[in-house]
Design a protein around this ligand. Structure first.
Ligand code: SAH
Ligand code: SF4
Length: 393
């Protein structure tokens, strides 16, 4: 599992040459046609880039020597740079990726025994400001390009020497979760292009059932995600009622629960075999009582779904605390008793700030002290409402 130091220095697209990574199959064919080459060149290149992981045209031995030399003058097969790599005591690995314009985003690999998921970022920062999320304290800097999204997974594979693409069973980097920095459905076009490249069976070949896209609930794009990509859907739910959810996730004011739940019901392919995951971060005193759990059951009763209970991961300056273990247990029990799958996620990579919601790069923080005070007042009101409900049971 040591980083593969035998690999040649990877090209970075810091010059005017075109990066071939991130072009759809059609775009790659068009680029080659413009270059005076036949369509089968695109197929050969695709194989080298995405199946073999080649970064150097010199290695592409079924292209003529003359063509290889010519390609070098015009194209690169580039990855993001690794600005920093850290490995947690629990083997979780995090990369700080640096892109051509100097912007940065993080990617995390969470290994299990013989498989594991790569958590990929879709944006630098985030436009949304979920109160419990470290990324949410960072302004949106920009969307990531398809090359930067695919490139994150390729860097992860480089790091474990997982080229050429192994069979499904032979892979350590077996799954992808779009759960890194940013809201993937606010960068849908680029995420879709990237995931189509990743899913292509003649290249990286990670199937749609091994990919999960997580959204805070951008309702209009949820349907497109199902229709065009067909990947697994995870929803960051975090509260069973609009009052609480709007406090901790301001996007709820735009797309309230009624619309979000309808989008889930309509999600193509949602069935008992392919359930939607509701992520639920356990915030002390905010969303963690048995009454909240019962309200969740009511909210989701006609949706094929499972829950993922996430202990809140703290970060510097956070206003929240994680619910205590007994509270989490009681909460989970209510869901279990109603027949739901609701595992409590074991935090991974906390020591290197690689756990859910801890990712952040060094762009400016929101200087919104007043906003925080307002939030605190709203939070108090929502808590009060739940305390009264709880007392009334
Ligand atoms: N923007 C998307 C993708 C990010 S996924 C989304 O919000 O779904 C990251 C997951 O971690 C989301 O479910 C998010 O709500 C959750 N999360 C954010 N901050 C967290 C924290 N501090 N502790 C635990 N989970 C957190
Ligand atoms: Fe953005 Fe998701 Fe964090 Fe909310 S939870 S701020 S949508 S990354």
């Amino acid at each position: 599992m040591a980083p593969d130091s035998a690999r040649p220095e990877t090209a970075h697209a810091t010059d005017s040459r075109t990066n071939l990574v991130g072009l759809s199959r059609e775009a790659l064919a068009a680029t080659m046609a413009k270059f005076g080459e036949k369509p089968f060149r695109a197929k050969q290149l695709w194989h080298w880039i995405y199946h073999r992981g080649a970064t150097d045209f010199a290695d592409m031995t079924d292209l003529s020597k003359a063509l290889r030399t010519k390609m070098v003058d015009h194209f690169v097969v580039a990855r993001p740079k690794i600005a920093r790599e850290q490995t947690s005591t629990d083997s979780t690995r995090k990369w700080l990726m640096e892109f051509d314009d100097g912007q940065k985003a993080e990617t995390v690999f969470i290994p299990d025994d013989d498989r594991g998921a790569v958590c990929v970022s879709s944006q630098v920062g985030c436009t949304l400001t979920c109160r419990f999320c470290h990324t949410g304290t960072q302004r949106l800097v920009r969307n990531l390009t398809p090359a930067e999204i695919v490139g994150q997974f390729m860097v992860a594979r480089d790091s474990y020497g997982e080229w050429p693409t192994p069979t499904d069973e032979g892979r350590l980097l077996s799954n992808i979760v779009m759960m890194g920095m940013g809201e993937p459905l606010y960068n849908f076009e680029n995420v879709a292009t990237a995931l189509k490249i990743i899913m292509d069976g003649e290249g990286i070949a990670v199937g749609k059932r091994r990919i999960t896209l997580s959204t805070s609930g951008v309702v209009p794009e949820i349907h497109r995600c199902g229709a065009e990509l067909g990947v697994n859907l995870a929803i960051s739910l975090h509260a069973p009622d609009d009052d609480t959810r709007s406090v901790i996730m301001p996007i709820n004011k735009k797309y309230p629960l009624k619309e979000l739940m309808q989008a889930c019901r309509d999600y193509p392919g949602a069935s008992n075999a392919r359930r939607i995951t509701f992520e639920y971060v356990m915030l002390k005193g905010m969303n963690d009582t048995p009454a909240h759990a019962r309200a969740l059951i009511k909210l989701t009763k006609d949706i094929p779904c499972k829950f993922n209970l996430i202990p809140f991961n703290p970060w510097p300056g956070t206003p929240y605390e994680c619910s205590d273990a007994a509270t989490v247990e009681t909460f989970a029990q209510v869901l279990w008793d109603a027949g739901f799958s609701a595992p409590v996620r074991t935090p991974r990579g906390r020591d290197i700030l690689a756990a859910c919601g801890q990712l952040k790069t060094d762009s400016e923080r929101l200087s919104a002290k007043e906003q925080r005070l307002k939030d605190a007042a709203e939070a108090e009101a929502a808590k009060q409402m739940w305390a009264e409900k709880e007392a009334g049971i």
